[in-house]
Design a protein around this ligand. Sequence first.
Ligand SMILES: Nc1ncnc2c1ncn2[C@@H]1O[C@H](COP(=O)(O)OP(=O)(O)OP(=O)(O)O)[C@@H](O)[C@H]1O
Ligand SMILES: Nc1ccn([C@H]2C[C@H](O)[C@@H](COP(=O)(O)O)O2)c(=O)n1
Ligand SMILES: [Mg+2]
Length: 240
Amino acid sequence: MWRRVVSLSSFISSSRTSFVAQTASRLNTCESLTTGIAQQAKGVIAPKEKTPFITFVLGGPGSGKGTQCIKIVETFGFTHLSAGDLLRREIASNSADGAMILNTIKEGKIVPSQVTVKLIQKDMESSDNDKFLIDGFPRTEENRVSFDQIISVEPNVVLFFDCPEEEMVKRVLNRNQGRVDDNLETIKKRLQVFEALSLPVINYYSQRGKLYTIKAIGTEDEIFEQVRPIFTAFELHAAG
Ligand SMILES: Nc1ncnc2c1ncn2[C@@H]1O[C@H](COP(=O)(O)OP(=O)(O)OP(=O)(O)O)[C@@H](O)[C@H]1O
Ligand SMILES: Nc1ccn([C@H]2C[C@H](O)[C@@H](COP(=O)(O)O)O2)c(=O)n1
Ligand SMILES: [Mg+2]
């Protein structure tokens, strides 16, 4: 679970009064500290939550998001949550939303945000990790707002794999993983959706200084060498 106890400091009150008052305050502090720990142990009050490190991974269909996520996981220890994979898992498990999700994906359209965000939330909450790569999300402004409302955590990093359309189409048609949306007709629709609905989200994060654009052409290793320094810089920053 990424809900972890991080600090007991909120139990400690500061006081700038007289010595007597300060001593009394210290005694109270000790008492409330002990009470606080005891209450947490009994589950009376919720533990403080550690904010997870969130990376959104964006780019058009076939731009190489999933491929690079595997390398980021290996090198930096993130947990990879692919929105598309979570939705395909729902289809495979014959869940109540399965048929609706399958039709939406076949049409190259976007599944209602509530459904996708709930799946992401479930996997985040059952993970021991606190570093998440959320791949293929948010695809729309509605996705972005829904994540903000339900999960209430801002992304630390937003990666954008910028790839020429021609190259994306070639890669998707060669992918050979039996995906129902890997055909020319659906790819054209997905590219339109990307331009109309996903580019505004990319611009949103660019304006907020969170966007890291990767030129997604070249070998997989060459592309990863553009990704690596982004996370290395964050690690150095975190280590002080
Ligand atoms: N740099 C690259 N050069 C050539 N082929 C690549 C490169 N990176 C990935 N591929 C291949 O392109 C195909 C699409 O890659 P990938 O599945 O990672 O894309 P994606 O962005 O996750 O696509 P989608 O949004 O459709 O899930 C895969 O078959 C993958 O092996
Ligand atoms: N946020 C998302 C992510 C994915 N989908 C649907 C529609 C996509 O075409 C399909 C495949 O996703 P991919 O594996 O290419 O990331 O899944 C969605 O509706 N909302
Ligand atoms: Mg993918």
